[in-house]
Design a protein around this ligand. Structure first.
Ligand SMILES: *Cc1c(COP(=O)(O)O)cnc(C)c1O
Length: 445
């Protein structure tokens, strides 16, 4: 058996842990984020040129699971998680540009990949008869639906979703509240950053954990971040085999999980070229990459609501990857795109090219337009993070027509939905969880 890869906290005050422990825990005990002791290195030649996305994922992730009890199951976990297509579709009206469509999973957003991988790991990690595990998810809209879909009716697991009341699209709210069974939705009187803070506080609460074993499924969990590397690797390797050039990516960015996965693929040694982060009006990252000190701030609400993040959690992992500002600023570019520009981009591409984009994807499409206008002649892949039908309330009035709804989303929208209100405080969540566990104990007799 190969030497196991161990994981440490970005804050340096937690013991080294194995990948199965890291996936079970979510957040490190010192409040930091788990990172591998060192990123493995892999060469393009390690991958089967005829392999599926799941095959690419299994090869890519094998060094991360080396020497671990989950290693043998890794190919099956990858097949469970990555069982929907992730096409790299050429944009016919652009020069050398494609769209990497990540939205063909059950909840119509890229977060299905991480959520399904996490669920596939948990199924193999939880011993039969273990106390039920409660998975807390703070969501700005899409994470919650992906996690709910991935864990719905999975035995031994309860899911509690916290979302900012009124700040997710009506269809997102419906998706979050429509599962029932082992999934509960809480609409919090606050913003996404409040929800995330409440989840972090609960996960750090040792006394609460004795009563109620908790885990998280936010993008802070490495069990979500690692599988997101797969589609970048698969797309870039396919491109490399056909063109012998690296593929460059524009990634709609909020909490930085998706973009960090892309950066790690390049760090590992695979043919990813430039990486550009497309942010909405929440300009924490674009200001930093423009040379300002890193300044987390309160989030503002935008049309691309799943990116309404003022304090991107994964910045800690970015800092771990490149500890010095000057070095980090050479790795990535970031631009902020306001709502007006998002609207314009959606309208223009629909009317001129007949292409529909969700508001998040539109931020990246805008950066692509800008670069192509300035003769920046590289092959770009715009990362499409959600299906436009999920954001019909934004997109349909702009384009003046109905958007076809993918079947999985349509099925969710037909179910009844509801969520409980909750105050935006650590104490309110704690009290709710304690009440919930007492009710379950009574119900279980
Ligand atoms: C979550 C999400 C994003 C942002 O991804 P991060 O990993 O948080 O940067 C972008 N677009 C959509 C549709 C999302 O759901």
């Amino acid at each position: 058996m190969s030497e196991p890869l161990l994981y440490r906290s970005t804050r340096g005050n937690s013991p080294a842990a194995r990948i199965d422990e890291v996936i079970a825990a979510g957040l490190a005990p010192d409040g930091g984020l788990y990172v591998p002791e060192a990123l493995p290195r892999l060469d393009a030649s390690a991958f089967d040129p005829h392999g599926s996305l799941a095959d690419t994922a299994a090869t890519l992730l094998a060094p991360f699971f080396a020497g671990n009890p989950l290693a043998d199951a890794l190919p099956a976990i990858c097949r469970d998680a990555l069982d929907f297509p992730v096409p790299l579709r050429v944009l016919p009206h652009h020069q050398d540009a494609s769209v990497l469509e990540l939205f063909h999973g059950p909840s119509a957003a890229f977060k299905d990949v991480g959520a399904r991988f996490l669920a596939a790991c948990f199924r193999r990690l939880r011993p039969a008869g273990a106390a039920p595990l409660t998975i807390l998810v703070a969501t700005s809209g899409d994470t919650g639906a992906a996690v709910a879909a991935a864990f719905h009716r999975q035995p031994g697991v309860n899911v509690v979703i916290l979302y900012p009341d009124g700040l997710v699209s009506p269809r997102q709210a419906h998706q979050l509240g429509c599962f029932g069974d082992n999934v509960k939705a809480l609409r919090v009187a606050g913003r996404f950053d409040d929800c995330q803070q409440m989840v972090k506080a609960a996960l750090r609460d040792v006394k609460l954990q004795v009563q109620l074993p908790l885990s998280s499924a936010n993008s802070i969990s490495l069990g979500r971040l690692l599988p997101q590397m797969s589609y970048y690797a698969h797309a870039a390797l396919g491109w490399w085999r056909r063109h012998r050039t690296p593929l460059n990516f524009i990634v709609p960015t909020g909490n930085l999980g998706n973009a960090l996965a892309c950066l790690w693929v390049r760090e590992i040694g695979l043919p990813v070229g430039e990486i550009r982060l497309a942010c909405n009006a929440n300009a924490t990252l674009s200001d930093y990459f423009d040379g300002d000190p890193y300044t987390p701030r309160a989030a503002v609400a935008t049309l691309a609501n799943a990116m309404d993040v003022g304090a991107p959690s994964n910045f800690e992992r970015l800092r771990w990857t490149f500890p010095h500002d000057y070095e980090l600023r050479m790795q990535l570019h970031a631009d902020s795109v306001d709502d007006e520009t998002i609207r314009e981009t959606i309208v223009r591409h629909a009317s001129i090219h007949g292409e529909l984009f969700c508001p998040h994807t539109a931020t990246a499409v805008h950066l692509l337009d800008g670069m192509q206008g300035s003769g920046h002649a590289l092959p770009w892949a715009v990362v499409a993070t959600a299906h436009p039908a999920k954001f019909d309330s934004v997109v349909e009035p702009l384009v003046g027509r109905r958007i076809d709804v993918p079947p999985a989303l349509a099925a969710m929208l037909q179910r009844p939905a509801g969520a409980e209100p909750l105050a935006a405080s650590d104490a309110a969540l704690r009290a709710w969880l304690v009440r919930q566990s007492e009710q379950e104990r009574v119900a279980a007799g």
